[in-house]
Write a protein that binds this ligand. Structure first.
Ligand code: ZN
Length: 136
């Protein structure tokens, strides 16, 4: 899975052709999509390493480590949202291997994947703020 995520990131971020194509066809990479691609954001791995979070576990399901690929592709907490996106996109599953191709296939597909990632990340951020405030 890690190697597949590398492949996903490389295709999305490092290849200037794809970056230009993404920007031309679909607009800029969004704030939350950038978090997923870089791993810098509301992920257990990042918060544990850089933000003094006690654990790198997923706040939603307890899986360790809570990586970007866990957050958007695997975490059971968002299974229903992923399934809805798959129905819309007419794919069996959303994986690091097929996400680039899905996103580049049409503007609607780009927007659907982007909105799925944004929705997941916004919920995770809300949960993280709640935990930081010591909420229950
Ligand atoms: Zn999880």
């Amino acid at each position: 899975m890690a190697a597949a995520m590398e492949h996903f990131r490389e295709r999305q971020v490092d290849q200037s052709y794809h970056r230009r194509r993404i920007q031309m066809v679909h607009g800029e990479v969004s704030y939350h999509l950038a978090q997923v691609l870089t791993g810098h954001g509301c992920f257990g791995t990042y918060l544990h390493k850089y933000c003094n979070q006690a654990t790198d576990a997923c706040a939603q399901c307890g899986t360790t480590p809570d990586t970007p690929e866990h957050a958007v592709f695997q975490c059971d907490a968002w299974h229903k949202w992923r399934t809805e996106a798959c129905v819309y996109l007419e794919v069996d599953n959303i994986t690091p291997e097929n996400t680039t191709a899905i996103m580049l296939s049409s503007t609607n597909s780009w927007e659907r994947v982007n909105s799925l990632f944004t929705r997941i990340m916004m919920c995770r951020e809300r949960e993280e703020r709640r935990v930081q405030r010591g909420g229950v």
